[in-house]
Ligand binder design. Structure first.
Ligand code: GLU
Length: 468
C-alpha cells in the first residue's frame, strides 16, 4: 500500500526551519514510495491562529516546492465531523462528560503534588453518575486503565507507555470545541494517514492518540518522531538564531533546493554525500537513515551548500533570482550587460544571490565609493601612466570582447615592461571600486566600453587628488 503522509502545522507563527524539515521528510517519504502527501492546517486554536501565519506557511511551502497531493485542509472546516465522532464515542461509552469544577481539578492537582505524584485527573466522573445542571461539562476520553501502549517508533525505536500513567484526556472543551489530540486522531484516521512524521515534542501525545485510534476501531499509523534541531550554541533552535520565517532565506538569497538539501542532511545521511539534487532526494530518502540524536543548525554549512547549488543551478533560475534581487535593491537590470553574462561571471564567486547582486551592482550602475583599502593599494601615482595607456587603447578599441580587451591589458603591460597584475589590478579597482572581481577581460565586457572609459577617468582623478 503506498504511504500517505501529512504535514500538519498550527498557524500560530511563521514556518520555521524545524517545521520545514518535518514537512520535507513527510513529503520525501511519500515521493520516495510513490505515495501521497497531505497538507493540513491545524487552526482550531482560534485565538492563536492567524491568517498571516497561514499565508506565511503556504507561501513558504510553495517557494520550496513542497507541493501537496491533498489540501490544504483546514481543521476549522471539520467541526461537524469532530462533533459526529465525539457523539459516537459518548454513545459507545468510550468517552464521558466530566462535570468537575476548576476548584475540584485544582484540589486534585494539589493533593497529587502533596503525595509527590504527577498531577492527573483521577477519573471521578468516569462512571457517569455525577451529572450536574450547573456546570458545562467537558468531554474526556476513557483511556484504558491497565496495560501498555507499545510504540515502535521508526526513528526512536520501541517506547513502552503504561496506561496507568495516562489520565483521561479532555477531548472537547466545555464550549464544545474539540482539542488538539482528538482532532489529530480523527483527521489522521479519516485521511488514512499511514505514517505520521513529526517533531519529537509530540512523543508524549502518541500513546493517547494510539488509544483513541483503537477506540475508533482504526489501526493506528506508523510513527516517526524527528529529533530536535539545536542552534549552534546547543540551545533549542529559536528566533535568536536568526531567520524566524523561512521566507527570510529567500530574501537572503538562498535557493530553495539548497535549503532543502541542507535540511535533508540535518538529521539524515546517505554515506557521506552532502549535495543532493531534488531528484536524488526523492529517490534516496528513507526513514531508516534518520538520525536518533538532535541535529545542530550550522549557518556556515548552509552557506556552503547554497554555494554548491548556485554553481550547479540552471542559468534561467539564477537569472530570474538575480533580476529579482537587483530590482529589490532599486537597481535596473536593463541598464547593464545581459543578466546571463553576469550570472556566469559571478556564480562561482557567490554564496548567496544577495552576494551575487552586491557584486553585480557595479555593472548596472555607478559604484558609490572606491573601496579605500583597494584604492590605496592599487591606485597609486605609479599607476597613472598605465591608466593613461589603457584609456587611450580602450578608446580606440571597437571589438569589445573578452579576448580583445584582455589583449589590450597585456599589451599595455608589455609596453611599460611591468607584470600583468600591475595593470590589471589598478584597472580592476577603477572598474569595480574594489580589488576582487572576475577575470579582467570578463569584467571589462560586463562594465562595457562607455563605463570603462568613464571609470578610468574617475580613477585618474583619484590618483591625481592623492598625489597632491
Ligand atoms: N499541529 C502540530 C504542530 O504544529 C503538529 C501535529 C502533528 O504533527 O501531529 O506542532
Amino acid at each position: 500500500m503506498p504511504p500517505r503522509t501529512r504535514f500538519a502545522p498550527s498557524p500560530t507563527g511563521y514556518l520555521h526551519i524545524g517545521s520545514v524539515r518535518t514537512a520535507l521528510y513527510a513529503w520525501l517519504y511519500a515521493r520516495r514510495h510513490g505515495g501521497e502527501y497531505i497538507l493540513r492546517i491545524e487552526d482550531t486554536d482560534r485565538e492563536r491562529s492567524t491568517q498571516e501565519a497561514v499565508d506565511a506557511i503556504l507561501n513558504g511551502l510553495d517557494w520550496l516546492g513542497l507541493d501537496a497531493d491533498e489540501g490544504p485542509i483546514y481543521q476549522t472546516q471539520r467541526f461537524g465531523r469532530y462533533r459526529e465522532v465525539l457523539d459516537r464515542l459518548l454513545e459507545q461509552d468510550k468517552a464521558y462528560r466530566c462535570y468537575c469544577t476548576r476548584e475540584e481539578i485544582d484540589a486534585m492537582r494539589a493533593a497529587a503534588m502533596d503525595k509527590g505524584e504527577k498531577p492527573r485527573y483521577d477519573g471521578r466522573c468516569r462512571s457517569g453518575d455525577r451529572v450536574r445542571g450547573d456546570v458545562e461539562p467537558v468531554v474526556r476520553f476513557k483511556n484504558p486503565l491497565s496495560g501498555e501502549v507499545v510504540l515502535d517508533d521508526l526513528v526512536k525505536g520501541r517506547i513502552v507507555f503504561d496506561n496507568a500513567e495516562l489520565d483521561d484526556l479532555i477531548i472537547a472543551r466545555s464550549d464544545g470545541t474539540p482539542t488538539y489530540n482528538f482532532t489529530v486522531v480523527v483527521d489522521d484516521a479519516d485521511m488514512r494517514i499511514t505514517h505520521v512524521i513529526r517533531g519529537d515534542d509530540h512523543v508524549n501525545n502518541t500513546p493517547r492518540q494510539i488509544n483513541m485510534f483503537r477506540a475508533l476501531g482504526v489501526e493506528p499509523p506508523a510513527y516517526a518522531h524527528l529529533p530536535m534541531i539545536h542552534g549552534p550554541d546547543g540551545a533549542k533552535l529559536s528566533k535568536r538564531h536568526g531567520a524566524v520565517n523561512v521566507l527570510e532565506y529567500r530574501a537572503m538569497g538562498f535557493l530553495p533546493q539548497a535549503l532543502l538539501n541542507y535540511l535533508l542532511r540535518l538529521g539524515w545521511s546517505h554515506g557521506d554525500q552532502e549535495i543532493f539534487t531534488l531528484e536524488e532526494m526523492q529517490r534516496l530518502f528513507d526513514l531508516d537513515k534518520v538520525s536518533r540524536s538532535a541535529a545542530s543548525f550550522d549557518p556556515m554549512k548552509l552557506l556552503w551548500v547554497n554555494q554548491q547549488h548556485i554553481q550547479a543551478a540552471p542559468e534561467e533560475q539564477l537569472v530570474g533570482l538575480l533580476r529579482g534581487q537587483l530590482e529589490a535593491q532599486g537597481v535596473d537590470p536593463a541598464s547593464g550587460p545581459p543578466l546571463e553574462l553576469t550570472v556566469e561571471a559571478l556564480r562561482e564567486r557567490s554564496q548567496t544571490i544577495l552576494e551575487m547582486a552586491e557584486q553585480a551592482h557595479c555593472y548596472y550602475e555607478e559604484y558609490e565609493e572606491l573601496d579605500e583599502k583597494s584604492a590605496k593599494a592599487h591606485l597609486r601615482p605609479v599607476a597613472r601612466e598605465v591608466l593613461v595607456d589603457l584609456r587611450e587603447a580602450f578608446g580606440a578599441l571597437d571589438d569589445w570582447s573578452e579576448s580583445a580587451t584582455q589583449q589590450v591589458v597585456e599589451r599595455v603591460a608589455e609596453g611599460r615592461g611591468v607584470k600583468l597584475g600591475k595593470v590589471a589590478q589598478p584597472l580592476r579597482v577603477a572598474l569595480t571600486g574594489r580589488a576582487a572581481s572576475p577575470g579582467i577581460g570578463v569584467t571589462l565586457v560586463l562594465v562595457g566600453k562607455a563605463r570603462t572609459l568613464e571609470r578610468i577617468d574617475r580613477a585618474l582623478r583619484y590618483v591625481d587628488s592623492r598625489g597632491q
